[in-house]
Design a protein around this ligand. Structure first.
Ligand code: 5FU
Length: 273
């Protein structure tokens, strides 16, 4: 059982984005991340404002926003200050080092300039980390590797997942953890695996309290299964929080509160059990 608290881990971590996230989790007593996958700026900002008080992190897919413009980033950053949350652009980079460095720094979205954390598929090999870290490391950013996915039939299993861990280990200054479904052995998993200089965060999508999945291969588990059962650190919830009623901000806030309570209770069960 992984009993170390988020606060204890924050004081030890070498990466500023990881420290910020762990500190925020401890301060707000929340391991809930909300994934705000809507296509209009207005809806996006309304949901972020509604869930802001309850989350440690907001996850974005900035490329799905139809009316995107730089002012949206200013507003997102203002909400991040107002509600005290970390920003994670779920970009899932997957190209050669030179290309991902350009995609991360430039283009319309300039992700590195505002997103504390982003992620990448390990499929191109370690050069993807070299490319992204050339941009992100000087800015104090952090990277998550997609070691596993929540979807039915995912190919990210077995030796692929192990190789992702190996890649992360070789770049601990920039790779702060994984998108995965469980805490893998040998990543500070259990007390005797934990070393002062190695602590990977596990952020986990595929979370739902009321349904088991969707019609497109998504699979849901409960916050307790994920945080207590599988030793993950952050639950990432999208439609479970904002559902189809994303104009009803009160209802969204209620759902965020509910997931936050479930996630935090599972964390307490893990740390004190
Ligand atoms: F890497 C992954 C993964 O394995 N599963 C995911 O669901 C990422 N995701 C993201 O989490 C996905 O792109 C959505 O943005 C979000 C889950 O949304 P949901 O509405 O909770 O299913």
């Amino acid at each position: 059982m992984f009993r170390r608290t988020y606060g204890q881990r924050a004081t030890k971590h070498g990466n500023p984005a990881a420290r910020l996230l762990l500190d925020t989790m401890e301060r707000k007593k929340s391991n809930l991340a909300v994934s705000v996958d809507v296509i209009k700026s207005k809806d996006f900002l309304a949901i972020v404002d509604a869930v802001g008080p309850f989350v440690c992190l907001i996850k974005t897919h900035i490329d799905i926003i139809e009316d995107f413009g730089p002012p949206l980033i200013d507003e997102l950053q203002a909400l991040s200050s107002k509600h005290d949350f970390v920003i994670f652009e779920d970009r899932k980079f997957a190209d050669i080092g030179n290309t991902v460095a350009l995609q991360y720094s430039s283009g319309v979205h300039k992700i590195a300039s505002w997103s504390h954390i982003t992620n990448a598929h390990p499929v191109p090999g370690p050069s993807i980390i070299t490319g992204l870290s050339s941009v992100g490391l000087p800015l104090g950013r952090g990277l998550l590797l997609l070691a596993e996915m929540s979807t039915k039939g995912s190919l990210a299993t077995g030796s692929y997942t192990k190789d992702a861990v190996r890649m992360a280990r070789a770049h601990r200054d920039f790779v702060i953890g994984f998108i995965a479904q469980r805490r893998m052995d040998g990543i500070g998993a259990y007390e005797n695996d934990f070393t002062e200089d190695e602590d990977f965060l596990v952020l986990t999508p595929g979370v739902g309290l009321d349904t088991k999945g969707d019609s497109m291969g998504q699979q849901y588990r409960t916050p307790r299964e994920i945080v207590f059962g599988s030793g993950c650190d952050v639950i990432i919830v999208g439609r479970g929080v904002y559902g189809k009623d994303y104009h009803l901000t009160e209802k969204i806030a209620e759902q965020a509160k509910r997931y936050r309570e479930e996630g935090w209770a599972a964390y307490l069960e893990r740390t004190i059990a």
